[in-house]
Design a protein around this ligand. Structure first.
Ligand SMILES: [Zn+2]
Length: 73
């Protein structure tokens, strides 16, 4: 009975037999890789996005101010 344990893949919600999957708790290697990729992407992009946005804003402000003062003088 235990060998027929059915679970839902956390990635794609497919019901599969737990002990038949090499990649449990995922149904397939693909779902396992998607989940890993998602996890890595999140840890990468969240801090990087903030830094990039701050840099872009400050660069824009600096160049605007420089352009204006050059124009006036
Ligand atoms: Zn899946």
């Amino acid at each position: 009975m235990n060998k027929l344990l059915k679970v839902k893949c956390p990635q794609c919600d497919t019901t599969f037999t737990y002990y038949e999957s090499e990649f449990r708790p995922f149904c397939s290697k693909r779902c396992q890789q998607i989940d890993l990729g998602h996890w890595f992407q999140e840890t990468y992009t969240v801090p990087t996005r903030d830094v990039v946005m701050e840099e872009e804003q400050s660069i824009d402000q600096d160049s605007d101010e420089r352009n204006e003062s050059e124009y006036e003088s």
